[in-house]
Design a protein around this ligand. Structure first.
Ligand code: NAD
Ligand code: AKB
Length: 314
């Protein structure tokens, strides 16, 4: 990667990814784009362009004028928000990704697609979920993710485009709040721990999901995009995860640093249903073998860092 265009740069991943990339590749070589400029480092700390990813002409022109060799396509609508308006979610997640892929193909750019554990469904083996397995998701978000994984592979086979992707688990971070997903509880719990000393979980006790701390996600994107293509047997998209836990375990981890922390439950049927349709834990061996995936944060190390950072921030 030398010149990089990031879509959805004001989101939970984008605000940190843009800063990370500008440190690695130079400020002027990373163009942040999103629907509109907002206060913060992604919009203000270097090149920024307003771009609705559903507009193919604008996408192509923005890519051409910046001269990017890589598109990191983060713009999207997350799982729970998607269920509130499925056709809007489809429009952004499918039509937006089609426009992004076409613009990248037209200008010879490499392409990164962030898939999700949502690309799996209730019929997928839920423990140690294999890299290659049944994918029959039950959310519109998941259906779009599977479709776009397949379309990215198609662009690689048909046009020789360098498309690569990751199936992210729930991402936990302190810079920006998550944008309406099912794993959001694992971010909100840290904010409420600092603000109130307690948390009411919308996910039920005993519900396991894969998770990862943001620094490991940022490193994974760079490592995958810089990997030797000859080593990539898979492309779209690699299972990755750093930990799998249920609500009582994250609460217990927080208690190691805040002994008085308490948690109760008020389960949200929509997000609980989505969580139950997703794997409990992924098999990440293909990512380890093909491009050296190696996350550094486990649950306790992440809790210690999240609580310290949020204490400062809040
Ligand atoms: P987010 O909701 O925090 O941010 C998405 C960004 O996309 C927002 O800044 C929004 O303004 C922008 N956007 C929405 N519609 C747009 C449009 N039409 N044109 C341009 N920009 C638009 O999402 P995120 O958590 O940063 O996730 C980024 C990507 O990673 C998404 O595709 C998501 O599905 C995927 N992902 C995220 C997670 C996670 O836990 N955060 C996990 C798995 C996959
Ligand atoms: C969501 O919960 O929708 C996201 C995801 C795992 O894709 N965090």
């Amino acid at each position: 990667m030398k010149k990089i265009l990031v879509t959805g740069a004001n989101g939970q991943i984008g605000v940190e990814l843009v800063v990370h990339l500008r440190k690695l590749y130079g400020t002027e070589n990373v163009l942040a784009t999103d629907l509109r400029r907002t206060p913060g480092a992604a919009s203000e700390g270097g090149p920024f362009a307003a771009l609705d990813v559903r507009d193919p002409k604008a996408f192509s022109e923005t890519l051409r004028s910046f001269g990017a060799d890589t598109v990191l396509h983060l713009a999207g609508i997350l799982s729970a928000r998607g269920e509130a308006d499925p056709m809007f979610s489809w429009d952004v997640n499918v039509n937006g990704t089609c426009a992004a892929l076409e613009a990248a193909r037209e200008h010879g750019a490499a392409f990164f697609f962030p898939s999700s554990i949502a690309a799996f469904g209730p019929s997928t083996p839920s423990k140690n979920t294999p890299q290659d397995t049944l994918q029959r998701p039950s959310t519109v978000y998941g259906v779009a993710k599977v479709s776009m994984e397949l379309l990215c592979d198609y662009y690689h086979k048909k046009f020789g485009m360098d498309t690569r992707g990751l199936r992210f688990p729930g991402l936990i971070s302190y810079e920006a709040l998550p944008g309406g997903g099912t794993t959001d509880y694992a971010v909100h719990i840290y904010y409420d721990a600092i603000k109130k000393g307690s948390y009411t979980s919308f996910i039920a006790q005993g519900t396991y999901m894969d998770m990862m701390y943001m620094p490991d996600a940022l490193n994974a994107i760079v490592r995958l995009m810089e990997a030797d293509p000859a080593r990539l047997l898979h492309r779209n998209a690699f299972n990755i995860s750093a930990m799998s836990f249920e609500p009582e375990q994250i609460a217990a981890s927080i208690r190691k640093f805040m002994p008085g922390f308490t948690m109760d439950y008020d389960v949200d049927p929509l997000r609980q249903g989505i969580a139950e349709s997703w794997p409990d834990s992924l098999d990440c061996s293909a990512a380890r073998e093909e491009w050296g995936f190696a996350p550094e944060y486990d649950l306790d190390r992440m809790s210690e860092d999240m609580l310290a950072r949020l204490k400062e921030k809040l």
